[in-house]
Design a protein around this ligand. Structure first.
Ligand code: PMP
Length: 420
């Protein structure tokens, strides 16, 4: 498969070699690295992306959830062009920042006040810093397999030498007893709990409602702040997964598609907490950032929520994802193949593993080599997805593309069964 891949993508290989002269490993975004070399893209339209080697792929990656609108959505395009014509580095407030903030506060009931940043990483950096300062307690609980940004990555063996300057304590995801024991033991020092209501990078592993409820109750009882990282999951319901579960965190972090496809992050929550950032308050928390209100993000983000991903679109869009996931799982079940598509709504991840998955520990026995083969097989069949097997729907994808994906998955299964 690798030999065919190399032969099919000579221009991407040459591009990678040139990039490696000036970027470490030819890379400026770890998640996109893919040995032996990644494919370089040149353009995108609707639900398709085109590579430097001239191949067209159906985009089932959806830029790790940030690409929800697909490529060149006309409404967003018009908002961007209008912003472009008005100038884009003004150094003052613009009206679109209030518009986007209003749309977010309307949708997420736990967010009364919100502030913007340039990435989900930054949003978490500010939210965790604020929670630490407000709670007055140094330790921050995160979960195994969790991901909150490049310096906030908690997959086994993955963190690397770079870590943000926080006192992190890692707890087992979706394990009420194990987590509660850890929380109780360190109740005096734990001031912040950060959790993804469904782990995205971790493999689309959804938290049980009871687990999130336990965290909510523990935080309230012990003077700790609960942060939901909904950078990815905010797309799953108009008010995010917190709305589905009926559980309100103290602070929420957002990012990805809400910036309309531009660099974006946001953090918000109860007015009483977020007011600490109000510059008229004595001792206000600082939060500057040259591009926090950048013109394109604000304009595209507001247009997207107001006119495209409206609250009435959210439900049916995610229901299509649920139906697709069932169809894909049926292919595996019929062939008795050790593969499953985990996730919720428009987000899913393939795992080469049979039984139930409640946290990353359950995936220890999954077959990594098969997932690698899956990735290269999908590329060969013209399906663009994350190397780790993540698939995220975007609005322009429809039944013809779903059928293409199904056919590609079915052909992978018969191919792999023949190998075994
Ligand atoms: N939190 C979660 C849950 C994420 O999935 C990501 C990005 N994949 C981030 C935070 C970081 O966002 P960004 O890449 O914009 O810094």
């Amino acid at each position: 498969a690798i030999a065919r891949y190399t032969a099919a993508n000579p221009l991407s290989l040459a591009q990678h070699r040139a990039a490696a002269q000036v970027l470490p490993g030819g890379n400026t975004r770890s998640v996109l690295f893919s040995a032996p070399f990644p494919i370089t893209l040149t353009h995108a339209q609707g639900c398709r992306v085109t590579s430097l080697d001239g191949r067209s792929y159906v985009d089932f990656l959806g830029e790790y959830t940030a690409g929800l609108y697909g490529h060149s959505n006309p409404v967003l395009r018009q908002a961007i062009v209008q912003a472009l014509e008005g100038g884009w580095v003004m150094g003052g407030h613009i009206r679109a920042e209030q518009e986007l903030a209003s749309l977010i506060c309307e949708r997420f009931t736990s967010i009364e006040l919100v502030r913007f940043a340039n990435s989900g990483t930054e949003a978490n950096l500010y939210a965790i810093s604020a929670a630490k300062a407000i709670s007055g307690k140094p330790e921050v609980v995160v979960f195994e397999g969790g991901y909150h940004g490049g310096v906030f990555t908690f997959a086994a063996g993955a963190p690397g030498p770079l870590t943000a300057p926080f006192d992190f304590v890692r707890a087992p995801y979706n394990d009420c007893e194990g987590t509660r024991a850890l929380l109780d033991k360190r109740a005096d020092t734990i001031g912040t709990i950060v959790v993804e209501p469904m782990q995205g990078s971790g493999g689309c592993i959804a938290a049980d409602r009871a687990f999130l409820q336990m965290l909510r109750e523990w935080a309230t009882a012990h003077g700790a702040l609960l942060i939901f990282d909904e950078v990815m999951t905010s797309r799953l319901a108009p008010g995010g997964l917190q709305q589905v579960h009926g559980i309100e965190p103290d602070l929420t972090t957002l990012g990805k598609y809400i910036g309309g496809g531009f660099s974006f992050g946001a953090f918000g929550g109860r007015a009483e907490l977020m007011r600490r950032f109000d510059p008229t308050q004595p001792g206000a928390f600082g939060h500057a950032g040259t591009f926090n209100n950048n013109v394109f993000t604000m304009a595209a983000g507001a247009a997207g929520l107001r006119e495209v991903y409206t609250t009435s679109v959210v439900g049916p869009f995610n229901a299509r994802g649920d139906a697709l996931r069932e169809r894909l799982n049926a292919i595996a079940a019929e062939a008795r193949f050790p593969m499953q598509f985990l996730g919720l709504g428009s987000m899913m991840n393939v795992h080469m593993h049979r039984g139930p998955v409640r946290n990353v520990r359950d995936l220890a026995q999954s077959i990594q080599a098969l997932r690698e083969l899956f990735y290269f097989h999908m590329l060969e069949r013209g399906v663009w997805l994350a190397r780790r097997g993540m698939i995220n729907l975007s609005l322009p994808l429809g039944e013809p593309e779903f059928e293409e994906l199904e056919a590609a998955v079915a052909s992978f299964v018969s191919h792999a069964n023949a190998l075994a």
